[in-house]
Design a protein around this ligand. Structure first.
Ligand code: ADP
Ligand code: ZN
Length: 226
């Protein structure tokens, strides 16, 4: 049975960072709908042009659009052993669509992790966040500054701020999270799938807590779901 996980949490909770780390440990892909959409915007595709307006406002793109993207993505070969979803589902409608898709594929959800971070901390994290234009490495102007201003330590690329990490848009994203996405916590809690994790510690500690709470025991280099 593939290892299918969802990582939830407000914007800035560290979903992307932890999803990549978990993915490396579990050898399954981390799938970020936000990243996929930003790629489409960068490429200037039809999809990107459709999504950009909503993203720049901090609003959600339409459910039907994102559900179609995810259904196609989950059918790619690299998902055969499982996947970690970051940023999807974000509404109850999306969660229901995911349930139906998984059922069609004969799969089920293993666990849903939710990273809890209070909103003042989230605002601090998001407003200082920078990302390397070339390799995508994450930085923070105060918490994880690069050695040279605005320059990636790893590849020398320029560090950019996401359009939606400007203060005015951050507030809108937090409202959307509280209104549309937070109700999903109950949706998964009711199914006995939810594990809530404190997202405030160091990256390594949060990862360790995630592995424990998602019932993923590491035994040496191999890893088994229980
Ligand atoms: P964050 O979690 O930090 O807010 P993401 O990178 O996950 O950021 O998403 C960025 C933007 O992409 C969202 O504000 C929204 O406009 C769009 N988006 C991403 N995933 C979804 C989704 N599942 N449903 C609707 N919109 C989405
Ligand atoms: Zn870089």
């Amino acid at each position: 049975m593939p290892l299918n996980l969802i990582l939830m949490g407000p914007p800035g909770a560290g979903k992307g960072t932890q999803a990549s780390r978990l993915a490396a440990r579990l050898r399954v892909p981390a799938i970020s709908t936000g990243e996929m959409l930003r790629e489409e915007v960068k490429r200037g595709s039809v999809l990107g042009r459709e999504a950009k307006g909503a993203m720049d406002r901090g609003a959600l793109v339409p459910d039907a659009l994102i559900v179609a993207i995810i259904e196609a993505r989950l059918q790619r070969e690299d998902c055969a052993r499982g996947f970690i979803l970051d940023g999807f589902p974000r509404t109850v409608t999306q969660a229901e669509a995911l349930d139906r898709a998984l059922q069609r594929f004969g799969w089920s959800l293993h666990r849903v992790g939710s990273l809890n971070v209070p909103s003042d901390e989230v605002v601090r994290r998001l407003s200082g966040r920078r990302t390397c234009r070339d390799c995508g490495a994450p930085y923070h102007v105060e918490l994880e500054p690069p050695r040279r201003d605005d320059t990636c330590d790893a590849c020398g690329g320029a560090l950019l701020q996401r359009d939606d990490d400007h203060e005015s848009v951050i507030a809108a994203r937090l409202e959307v999270y509280a209104r549309d996405t937070a109700p999903l916590l109950d949706y998964y809690r009711d199914r006995g799938l939810l594990a809530e994790i404190d997202g405030r510690g160091k990256h390594d500690d949060v990862l360790a807590a995630l592995l424990a709470r998602l019932n993923l025991q590491t035994s040496g280099p191999t890893l088994a779901a229980s």
